[in-house]
Design a protein around this ligand. Sequence first.
Ligand code: ZN
Length: 107
Amino acid sequence: MALMACPECKTEISDKAKACPSCGSPRRHSPSGAGKLLGWGGVALLGVVVLYYVVAANDPDREQRLKDQAAYEQCLVVKRANPGNSFARTACEYMKAAYVEKYHRQP
Ligand SMILES: [Zn+2]
């Protein structure tokens, strides 16, 4: 178990503690933890986008193509924010392949 300094009173507390036993200050989430949470939110959103993309895939027109392109670009944003996430990576590859097959051009 690792020790870390309380952000309020600097007492050494366990990194597993939810609050400081000395001053009662709730331990803040580490930036990496918050980033991970945000990343999973992005991945969940991406799941919705992919679902929408699959449902919309049978109706190709220009307006739809621009939406598909925007969805793919959104996918890339999520992928960049989650470089280790294989779902985001696979989803982007799938979306790009589907886009190329449908419109015969790169997104
Ligand atoms: Zn404290």
